[in-house]
Write a protein that binds this ligand. Structure first.
Ligand code: C2E
Ligand code: MG
Ligand code: MG
Length: 576
């Protein structure tokens, strides 16, 4: 374990500022120069005779003024460069000279020394004026400097201060970890409880982390800073192994996750922590920021909850994206995109239908997650083909299962916003429906909530067209896109799908439970049905039942499954 001594963040900032000041060697040099000048002044004033300079005879004693001036310049430099210490040392030197001068003038009768006597009084006056007016300016500068390195809301050091520390650590050549932190769903606190509450939450989090860093609560030396909004940075140094770094990050994570109570409301925060190591991952500072952010975004991309990830080149994704694009193209061309079906149930556990979810297998037979391949498909425009392939396979399934069992289960399919906006979208689905014998009201199109914010006008027109064909519309991942109620009111949908992140939080606090209850009430007021996604436990089902949720989709009652298994489920549900 590393000894941290009396480390704290304020001291670190002060030390960083001090490093920018004049080096101590300059102090010693000035003192030396002053001693030489004083010695030469004394020698010149007591030496009789002349020196010959450019044909003129000059008295030795006249050089005393030149050397004395040199001495005075050293004194002024000491005061200007070393402030309080320089002023005190200069005063001591000057005052101590008075007894010697008095002896020189009045006892030894060296009348030339009287000018030194007055010169000392004048220089004392001059350095006192310099010192006291300079102090005012310095206090002002200190205030400004403190503001420049401190975050106004939380009192933590800011990004600039963090940058200074990193530059210093880099110069010293030790190893350190840079951690990018982003609170999960913080925006929902701001949006639901207001910015004042949001700021208070940030202050509580900052205070907890500041205490951790200042009070030796980890085995490492830590420096925490606020970047902006709900983003923080942590710099960890003095560690032996990567596992020590992870242990420290976990300690910060655990501290964050303890309950926060503000105005009688409990909040449970989580965050993602992406980190990178200097110099192992890179010895270029710009890269470190990029790498820790990339690790953080990788975590954010793959869902909510607290997690920790170290940067790896994979995270930068360019090569990975190209590889995935190749796999999607090859799967589309050889008809290897397939689908699974996840059952959706009424709250009484009766089968409502299924959501069709695209699946893609890697060369080694393992699954590639839709969270990885759907974003790539969206970027490369391949998502239309995936959507249509899944739609077609899902309609085949529905057609067959209806013929076999007579069941009228529904089928939900996901449609990317990008695809929905294309002019041929409606024609594409019309063609597929026309080749199957399915009542359109058994088909539900899932559209993510983001569409209501990004492209509401055009989306409304498309959704009207879908509705006029008789199909249903569900708003997927509801609650993550921060759309306003007015959009929701005008949006001709049939179903709200509450995002898994809310269900995850629901049983952790009363406020989260009320939040879900509120979404359900709003849905019902707007005459929509509500389904909860990602329900994993019986406790969650109980709560959802109590607060009036209509449907359940989640691992608790059924994971996504191959169509054959889904077919069996339908048969069981109709008693065949
Ligand atoms: P989504 O539409 O919100 O689908 C629900 C996702 O949550 C599915 O992940 C499902 O497996 C997962 N899930 C459901 N219940 C639980 C649970 O209890 N616990 C946990 N941990 N997870 C649960 P999946 O299949 O990985 O799909 C991820 C996303 O990819 C989908 O989110 C959807 O946005 C997209 N996607 C999937 N298939 C398609 C498609 O054919 N077209 C388009 N455009 N997007 C698709
Ligand atoms: Mg969906
Ligand atoms: Mg969803």
């Amino acid at each position: 374990m590393v000894k941290k001594g009396n480390y704290n963040i304020d001291k670190t900032l002060n030390n960083l500022a001090l490093k920018k000041e004049t080096p101590k060697s300059a102090f010693i040099l000035l003192m030396l120069l002053y001693a030489i000048a004083a010695f030469l002044t004394m020698r010149a004033s007591t030496t009789q005779g002349f020196v010959s300079f450019a044909g003129t005879q000059i008295r030795f004693a006249s050089f005393a003024g030149v050397f004395s001036m040199l001495g005075n310049i050293c004194i002024i430099c000491l005061v200007v460069l070393f402030r309080r210490v320089g002023y005190i040392v200069s005063m001591i030197i000057l005052v101590l000279q008075f007894p010697m001068m008095t002896v020189n003038v009045f006892v030894r009768g060296n009348i030339h020394a009287i000018s030194g006597f007055f010169s000392n009084i004048l220089i004392i006056g001059a350095i006192s004026i310099i010192h006291f007016s300079y102090r005012k300016i310095l206090n002002y500068q200190k205030n400004i400097r403190e503001q420049a390195v401190t975050d106004r809301i939380t009192g933590l050091p800011n990004r600039f201060a963090c940058g200074e520390l990193i530059a210093d650590l880099q110069k010293r050549g030790g190893k350190f970890a840079l951690v990018s932190i982003d609170l999960n769903d913080f925006k929902s606190i701001n949006d639901t409880m207001g910015h004042d509450t949001g700021d208070e939450v940030l202050r509580v989090v900052s205070q907890r982390w500041m205490d951790m860093a200042n009070n030796n609560k980890t085995d490492t030396v830590d420096f925490v800073a606020r970047n902006s909004g709900d983003e923080f940075m942590l710099v960890i140094s003095e560690f032996d192994t990567v596992s020590t770094v992870e242990k420290t990050i976990t300690a910060y994570k655990d501290e964050l996750e303890k309950k926060i109570t503000i105005d009688d409301c409990d909040y449970f925060l989580t965050a993602c922590f992406g980190y990178t190591l200097f110099p192992e991952d890179s010895d270029v500072i710009e890269n470190l920021y990029l790498f820790s952010d990339a690790a953080l975004h990788e975590l954010k991309k793959t869902g909510s909850g607290s997690r920790i990830l170290r940067f790896s080149p994979d995270v930068l994704n360019t090569e990975k994206t190209l590889e995935i694009e190749r796999k999607i193209r090859s799967a589309l061309n050889s008809d290897k995109i397939f689908f699974h079906l996840q059952p959706q149930y009424g709250i009484d556990h009766s089968l409502r239908g299924f959501e069709a979810l695209a699946r893609l297998k890697d060369d080694d037979g393992s699954y590639i997650s839709p969270a990885d391949f759907i974003p790539v498909a969206e970027k490369t425009g391949l998502v239309d083909r995936i959507d249509m392939r899944v739609f077609e396979l899902a309609m085949d399934f529905l057609d067959n299962v209806s013929k076999e069992t007579g069941s009228d289960v529904t089928l939900s399919v996901n449609v990317s916003v990008r695809h929905l906006m294309k002019n041929n979208f409606i024609e594409n689905i019309k063609n597929i429906i026309a080749s199957h014998n399915i009542a359109p009201e058994r088909i539900e199109i899932e559209i993510t909530e983001s569409i209501m914010i990004d492209s509401a006008e055009k989306a409304l027109q498309r959704i009207d067209e879908i509705k006029s064909m008789g199909m249903k519309v569900a708003i997927d991942d509801f609650g993550t896109g921060y759309s306003s109620l007015s959009y929701l009111k005008d949006f001709p949908s049939d179903m709200l799908k509450i995002d898994k992140s809310f269900i995850d939080q629901m049983n952790l606090s009363e406020s989260s439970r009320q939040y879900v209850a509120m979404i359900i009430s709003i849905g019902h007021i707007l005459d929509l049905k509500v389904i909860s996604e990602g329900v994993e436990s019986a406790d969650q089902v109980d709560v959802l039942k109590n607060i009036g949720c209509d449907y359940i989709q989640g691992f608790v009652w059924g994971k996504p499954m191959p169509p054959e298994e889904a077919g069996k489920l339908v048969k069981e549900s109709v008693g065949k």
